[in-house]
Design a protein around this ligand. Structure first.
Ligand SMILES: *Cc1c(COP(=O)(O)O)cnc(C)c1O
Length: 240
């Protein structure tokens, strides 16, 4: 355990130093960037170690795992902000709405309805991001709505009772350069902000491509391996 603490502390320090450098190089202010530690497949004790190091935004991608982890940690760390970053099955929406603070992966109207109903029933407000599919040969398996349909979905979220639209999110496609994808996402974001002035978040960038996301204006980075080390199983597989 104390080893693990040292490992994570070193990774956080290295990451923050590199983030400061990249911000200096790209004219960004580090205070405008939130690092979301993606803790999927890692134990609740890692979430607590991160919290002790000041990382209080946490990302998960499976309902059952997230729910358990929140329950383990919430009493000691009530102020953590839990981001759901994985694809949401509609029958899990009501559950997710009871513990998530942010759902980053909203990509269709039925999900808006299900999350809104769940949040309203739980007496909670959820911050949500629209996940944008930036892959031109749209692989629906990876989630996200086509850029052309984002404003329509944004309007539906705007009309909901308990969801607050905060911005957009994307995973860079495997097949195309990440710079292009993040530039497109920034354009989509500008279109959303023009109509929904509070929806300024841009969640982009994972361990392998976050520097490019910072350059393109990301406000939220989703970092798993870069803070916690390699997952023994890829989270995508575990999400099935
Ligand atoms: C797992 C995951 C991440 C973090 O990936 P790393 O490569 O470990 O940084 C970010 N975003 C989503 C949607 C994920 O599922």
């Amino acid at each position: 355990m104390s080893d693990r603490r040292g490992q994570i502390a070193a990774a956080v320090t290295t990451f923050q130093q590199r983030l400061a450098e990249v911000c200096a190089e790209t004219g960004r202010n580090p205070d405008d960037i939130t690092v979301v530690a993606v803790t999927k497949t890692f134990p609740a004790s890692d979430v607590e170690l991160l919290a002790e190091l000041g990382i209080t935004d946490v990302g998960e991608n499976r309902d059952a795992e997230a729910r358990t982890k929140v329950a383990e940690v919430a009493a000691r760390w009530p102020a953590l902000r839990w981001h759901f970053v994985g694809q949401v099955q509609r029958n899990k929406a009501a559950s997710i709405a009871t513990y998530a603070d942010v759902v980053q992966s909203v990509d269709r109207v039925p999900l808006v309805t299900a999350l809104d109903n769940g949040a309203t029933a739980a007496g909670r407000q959820l911050d949500v991001l629209i996940q944008v599919n930036l892959d031109s040969d749209a692989d629906p398996g990876r989630g996200g709505i086509a850029p052309d349909n984002v404003l329509g979905l944004a309007q539906t979220i705007g009309e909901s009772q308990s969801l607050r639209l905060r911005g957009v999110m994307a995973v860079a496609p495997l097949a195309a350069p990440a710079e292009e994808a993040f530039t497109t996402l920034a354009e989509v974001s500008a279109g959303v902000v023009a109509v929904h002035s509070g929806a300024t978040w841009i969640s982009a960038g994972m361990s392998g491509d976050w520097e490019k996301a910072v350059a393109a204006g990301a406000t939220h980075l989703r970092i798993g391996a870069g803070l916690l080390g390699k997952r023994t199983l890829p989270g995508v597989l575990l999400a099935r």
